[in-house]
Design a binder for this molecule. Sequence first.
Ligand code: SAH
Ligand code: SF4
Ligand code: F3S
Length: 477
Amino acid sequence: MEKQRTTALPSTEELARQMTYIQKIRQENDKYLAETGHKKKFYSLAMGCQMNAHDSEKLEGMLDEMGYEATTEETEADFIIYNTCCVRENAELKVYGKLGWLKHYKETENPNAMIALCGCMMQQDVVQQTIMKKYRHVDLVFGTFNLYKLPELMCMRMDSDGPVFDIWQEYQEVVEDLPSIRHFSYKASVNIMFGCNNFCSYCIVPYVRGRERSREPEDILQEIRKLVADGVKEIMLLGQNVNSYGKTLEHPISFAELLRKVNEIEGLERIRFMTSHPKDMSDELILAMKACDKVCKYLHLPFQSGSTKILKKMNRHYTKEGYLELVRKVKEAMPDVTLSTDIIVGFPGETEEDFQETLDVIREVKYCTAFTFIYSKRTGTPAAVMEDQVPEEVVKDRFQRMLDVLNPLVHEVTQTQVGKVLPVLVEEVSKNDAGILTGRTEQNTLVHFTGTKDLIGQIIPVKITENKTFYVIGERM
Ligand code: SAH
Ligand code: SF4
Ligand code: F3S
């Protein structure tokens, strides 16, 4: 089977081109609606990080323009799209599991359903080969660099009798202003950069997302102003390493400078960002965080391992002491700040002593949350061929011991919020209880409290009354 290869026009022309494909599909879908009395439905699943989720919002926006209606029931969908992740093996196994189910669905229930796969996992040759050989019921495969091609690729698939594969190795154009469906009216994510240049030795992201590329500050500000005019109160600035934002632009600008500009946008209330790489976290940025009233005093600062020896093998470019010093500076500048982190256990060569150093950092910093991972071997990364891979039972035991140290400390950090009255951005009605609302404090603490759904999207004072470790109970003031 041949792989197809589309090409990109300059950004605005490319958008116009995709819009003509959208119209073409729309005409077909309108006809279907007139004949059947209902719209065709799409099911969209984002399987990865916040960037992946944000990409899916754009895919969904395009599908909406095509006249499809979203469904959360996969079994009634005419178009199914999985935006895949490959950062750990589990993420990939999940996709193959679902593909097995889809084969059955297509054979028995809906032979006309179109199945599309996109995102990071699809950037890998071996995955493309496997899907071509073993999962012939998949209709459409594309990657991270040509997401905006969805309408064109769907038309190609409709006009051909076999599947369409179109995976690029790098960006050609970053197409701005794609239609998008936002999942929340009051908060939104904004990409400030794409790709990653850091090549941490365990990580596959640089291989599947390409080299680092910053968006022009004016484009970012313009997008945020539009979102704010549309009712958005909180924005999340997204990048794999936001601290190196802007360095390669024609007119270089630092992330700290960008934050200050975003902070000036009238009507915007909260600014968050992720992810910060410790090696690039400057004093200038700490000052900007402190000075900007809209920037939430919450910092996600992954340390990965507490052992300087392991950090070197991970290619992280900082030491345990350097990281702790950075945290000290951040806390000194902003005494109210809360910190969260990412930790990997069981990186090749990690000894019990190295692991103890990870526990040291956990004890010393005291995080409000930590995303903890068991090291997963990713083919093609330098760590995958390192000697001394740690045996599974040892890693599992360390992982559990880490949680035993971490969770009581998370409880302690959450306890510092109890008794305070804090502004909470009300997010949604609790899934388990229609009378309970959930929201977040500036420090990112999840709050449950009694209230009615008309409060969603507002920032209101809530008194924190009870500590449940991973969330708190509050009372509306
Ligand atoms: N750019 C971000 C993180 C992106 S991936 C950063 O540098 O912080 C999110 C997290 O997944 C990483 O921080 C790391 O903790 C984890 N991760 C990445 N590759 C992994 C692997 N091979 N095994 C286990 N965890 C991994
Ligand atoms: Fe992966 Fe490191 Fe880049 Fe984060 S900074 S995406 S962990 S290579
Ligand atoms: Fe995100 Fe997973 Fe890709 S973490 S960048 S979706 S590999």
